[in-house]
Design a protein. Structure first.
Length: 70
């Protein structure tokens, strides 16, 4: 889903990260009462420094979006 569509639906972008921290972040936000959506990373959405770090593992990292459960 596109970033703009997610934001219109009330989702807030939190971070872009891979394992093992990804699972920890998902668990944390869910325990705090949030819905969690994971989106594939578009390298064009990353700054140059992040792009260099993630370029070799772009398919393993995800962008985490959250919103309060209704």
């Amino acid at each position: 889903m596109k970033k703009e569509s997610l934001e219109k639906e009330g989702w807030i972008r939190q971070t872009t990260i891979g394992e093992p921290r990804l699972s920890e972040i998902i668990e944390l936000y869910k325990s705090l009462g949030y819905e969690v959506s994971l989106e594939s990373v578009n390298p064009d959405d990353l700054d140059e420094e992040c792009r260099r770090c993630y370029e070799k593992e772009i398919n393993e990292v995800k962008t985490v979006y959250v919103r309060k459960k209704k």
